[in-house]
Design a protein around this ligand. Sequence first.
Ligand code: FNR
Length: 191
Amino acid sequence: KPLHFVTLLGSLRKGSLNAIVARTLPELAPEGITITHLGSVGDFPHYDQDVQEQGFPAPVLAMAEQIRAADGLIIVTPEYNYSIPGVLKNALDWLSRVAPQPLAGKPVALQTVSPGAIGGARAQYHLRQTLVFLDAFVLNKPEVMIGQAMSKFDAESLRLTDEPTRAYLTRQIAALGALATQVSPHTPDAG
Ligand code: FNR
């Protein structure tokens, strides 16, 4: 069965290195997998239960529906201060309150991109913790932490060009495909 994945981007910046990687993913997908991009987490207001009780913002509901319809989610995000950006946490907080909760039982792959050496590794373990409560099925390996990202893309096309990194990303997308194929329809717990 063909699979469809969606990407969620944790940076709002026009020149975002993470956006360069996310933009490149569709061309790196193996046969039988398509990848499209979700809307911007910058379209979500700050989470406020009072706002929620008056009705979920339209961009939240739209993204929840797109995630629910997808076979898997790829989160591509910077590391901020050894954790995830507030805008990404805000988006996950909103999405976690929508029913049915769109991340529950969803195969998810994580990618972090940084100009630094560690490639955002520390943020991934904070993100994994949040995704436990959301009851997502987070892919264990391969882990994608792209360091020294300034040297790995083409400034003209704004595409990731570093061949070993591209090949590694294809491996992760394939692994998410295998996970998505294994995961049976899942009943989220009540917690
Ligand atoms: C950063 N940056 C950063 N990098 C990193 O590897 N570990 C970190 O903990 C942080 N912390 C951090 C905090 C804040 C508030 C900012 C603005 C930046 C640097 C960061 O990786 C760099 O700015 C990236 O280019 C951000 O990703 P995008 O926007 O290019 O996708």
